[in-house]
Design a protein around this ligand. Structure first.
Ligand SMILES: *[C@@H]1O[C@H](CO)[C@@H](O)[C@H](O)[C@H]1NC(C)=O
Ligand SMILES: *[C@@H]1O[C@H](CO)[C@@H](O)[C@H](O)[C@H]1NC(C)=O
Ligand SMILES: *[C@@H]1O[C@H](CO)[C@@H](O)[C@H](O)[C@H]1NC(C)=O
Ligand SMILES: *[C@@H]1O[C@H](CO)[C@@H](O)[C@H](O)[C@H]1NC(C)=O
Length: 408
């Protein structure tokens, strides 16, 4: 999933029963725009407010979005697609990109981070892999030259499939063949103060093996859970086990202290017949329970005092994404601005509420002006091997599953 998108806000709007706690300080969302029917960015801000989201991750640096969110207080992660990596190795081109796509929007739009490439290492494309760090370095250098490096950090987002071992979480380890590429990237993070980003989808594990993976365990529903036999830590949901596996992998290569963010996670509300679990009910449970955990400032068993820093995938259903039906149905919202399902994890609470929108979301987010997000759309062909991602995720979980029942 490599494309362009955005976020925002602090207004409490009630959108047709889409009820959320207002307190959420740290929920982020991926604003993808691989669609021709999304509302204009101006109409997106109230939607974000309605779900307590104040951080948005885009897959590009769509100027319409960045402009629309000026002075909104929403924090933005912007992205450089994989198709830019070769070019961005050139420091002059990187600086030109930052000057055009980032600098003009600061400080009114709070751009805090640039992701250079998405899931690059798991494409197994040798040249792309080799371009990654040099591109990240050039972009960072450009920020330094422009005096923006204290405001904007540089990172890249990885698939969970960079892990060779993800279970038990304490045994988490990077793929051996990737270590030579990952270690210098971790060193870059440590030097420049940026976070390690990982995309993690318990849904893929369930879909690959619905008979064996307990649904409640992946949906954050009450369940018996599983204990890590080495650490003795108890896990009652798969995402936390995945995150702790990442912490373990980082620790094992000497980067225990790097901050970790989950740059994508989510659950589709609809899928093809062979896509088990893709229902509105399951999506509601996954995303609703997850957002509740985030708002409660829960940490994982290994890092109970570290806030979860998570970007839900995604804001909208995106009708032009390739791949199985599920790929077009990860959205919390339909393109008309109405909820894809009733998330309803909580009554809207008062804490920061300032205004009540109404009912069907008309006034808050729906006008459907056709948009063809140029950049987002263009990146489909070059960098969205959705099926690869599914396959990879399946592979990672073979390891998980084989040990799962031993300890469940
Ligand atoms: C950088 O961050 C500082 C401190 O938060 C802020 O005052 C300043 O306006 C920011 N500069 C830009 C260009 O965003
Ligand atoms: C990439 O390489 C790994 C390790 O060799 C392999 O498991 C994986 O299937 C490959 N992925 C793709 C997309 O070819
Ligand atoms: C609303 O907030 C109060 C105080 O923060 C809390 O005790 C209460 O449980 C919340 N209500 C709901 C429905 O979340
Ligand atoms: C919301 O806030 C108002 C005024 O602060 C208070 O009277 C009311 O009880 C609150 N409602 C809820 C549901 O917390």
């Amino acid at each position: 999933m490599d494309f362009g998108r955005f976020f925002c806000s602090s207004v409490i709007v009630l959108v047709s029963g889409f009820l959320f706690p207002a307190l959420v300080a740290s929920v982020g969302i991926n604003y993808g725009q691989i669609a021709n029917n999304l509302p204009s960015p101006e109409n997106v801000l109230p939607l974000l407010g309605s779900i307590g989201v104040n951080k948005v991750k885009l897959y590009d640096a769509d100027p319409r979005v960045l402009r629309a969110f000026a002075n909104s207080g929403v924090e933005f992660v912007v992205g450089l697609g994989n198709e830019y990596l070769a070019k961005m190795r050139d420091p002059e081109k990187a600086e030109a990109w930052v000057k055009t796509n980032v600098q003009p929007f600061l400080p009114a739009t709070k751009i805090t981070c640039i992701t250079v490439g998405n899931e690059v290492l798991t494409f197994n494309d040798t040249s792309l892999t080799e371009y990654l760090l040099p591109a990240m370095q050039s972009v960072h250098t450009a920020l330094v030259n422009l005096g923006l490096d204290k405001n904007v950090s540089v990172t890249t987002a990885h698939s969970l499939a960079v892990l060779e071992t993800s279970y038990p979480p304490s045994a988490g380890a990077f793929r051996r063949d990737l270590t030579e590429f990952i270690t210098p990237i971790l060193s870059f993070h440590a030097k420049t103060g940026s976070s390690f980003l990982i995309n993690a989808y318990p849904y893929f594990a369930y879909k690959a093996n619905p008979k064996q993976v307990p649904l409640d365990f992946v949906l954050f529903q009450p369940n018996q859970g599983v204990s890590d036999p080495i650490s003795n830590l108890h896990y009652d949901n798969m995402l936390f086990a995945q995150i702790d596996a990442v912490y373990s992998a980082l620790t094992s290569v000497g980067y225990k202290k790097l901050p970790v963010q989950i740059s994508e996670t989510g659950w589709p509300s609809k899928g093809d017949e062979d896509e088990a679990g893709a229902t509105p009910e399951n999506a509601r449970k996954y995303n609703g329970n997850l957002m509740k955990l985030i708002s409660q400032k829960k940490g994982t068993p290994l890092r109970p005092n570290c806030d979860l820093n998570i970007y839900v995938f995604a804001l909208f259903n995106e009708n032009m994404k390739p791949g199985p039906t599920s790929e077009r149905n990860y959205g919390l919202f339909k393109p008309d601005g109405t909820p894809a399902y009733q998330l309803g994890i909580s009554k809207t609470n008062n804490s920061t509420g300032t205004r009540s929108g109404t009912g069907d979301g008309d006034d808050s987010g729906s006008p459907s002006q056709p948009i063809s997000s140029s950049t987002g759309y263009l990146s489909i062909s070059s960098a969205s091997p959705v099926t690869d991602k599914l396959r990879l995720a399946g592979a990672v979980f073979c390891g998980f599953l084989s040990s799962f029942w031993l300890f469940f």
